[in-house]
Design a protein around this ligand. Structure first.
Ligand code: ZN
Length: 254
């Protein structure tokens, strides 16, 4: 499950955009929960609204084919309340510990694990520092693309330094983050996509946060000194909207 800090706001934006997103099962679950919370309706009523949402996203979709997926989404939505976290705060002391690590990738990994541990502390209300995310999701958030072997070496190093602990259960790949330390805030995280880039941006590297969708992306370097406002995806959508508007205006005026 990907990490979204304000699930109901996120679901509302998917409904407004008529979009199933990149992971339809996650979108359907969050949209179902949004309906329950917003309209104060039961499981059956939410299930009916989910049919409509699906058809709005894709009028050609077959409801019988999607039926099981929609049932599952509603049953999951009933079990878990929507997550609503404004931000995660990383302290200067924590950043210093991360900065002291040898190697850029391992720093991004440590930063990502720290943010996830803080997230899971809030979600599970346990304050125990355990990270319940899959390795591939962690690597993607950390913007690390490397072999499994190198990934285990990095985890091993963090363990050796006492910054993380592994679970004692054999079939459990979870890790516990042991370097949380309160203090003056250094970084405020509002979005868990591209945490690795957010760490690099804090250190002055050429990344920026999209004003439309909040994702942090690499700034394009084409000698273009103008400050970039939007990520490539949002820029394309905004440009298309502007083109449509200008065509409409010309039609009205001619
Ligand atoms: Zn964007």
């Amino acid at each position: 499950m990907s990490v979204v800090l304000r699930e109901n706001d996120w679901a509302a934006s998917m409904i407004q955009a008529n979009s199933l997103g990149k992971k339809p099962s996650e979108t359907l679950r969050r949209v179902a929960r949004f309906y329950m919370d917003t309209y104060n309706i039961n499981q059956d009523a939410a299930r009916k609204k989910l049919d409509l949402f699906l058809l709005q996203c894709d009028p050609t979709s077959s409801l019988p084919k999607w039926s099981d997926a929609l049932d599952f989404a509603v049953s999951r939505a009933c079990k878990y309340p929507a997550i609503n976290i404004d931000h995660i705060s990383v302290s200067k002391n924590e950043v210093e510990k991360i900065d002291s690590l040898e190697g850029k990738q391992i720093r991004r990994l440590a930063f990502t694990l720290l943010c996830l541990a803080k997230y899971w502390n809030i979600v599970t209300r346990k304050e125990d520092g355990w990270v319940n995310s899959k390795d591939n999701e962690i690597m993607s958030m950390a913007n690390i693309n490397t072999s499994i072997k190198r990934q285990s070496l990095m985890f091993g190093k963090l363990n050796e330094l006492g910054m993380i602990q592994f679970s004692k259960k054999v079939d459990n790949t979870n890790v516990k983050v042991c370097f949380m330390e309160d203090g003056e805030e250094a970084i405020r995280v509002h979005d868990f996509r591209n945490l690795g880039y957010q760490y690099l941006m804090y250190h002055g590297e050429p990344y920026f946060t999209c004003e439309n969708c909040g994702v942090t992306t690499k700034a394009n370097d084409k000698g273009n000194r103008r400050r970039q406002k939007y990520c490539p995806e949002c820029a394309a959508i905004i440009k298309m909207k502007q083109n449509i508007e200008s065509v409409m205006r010309r039609r009205v005026s001619s």
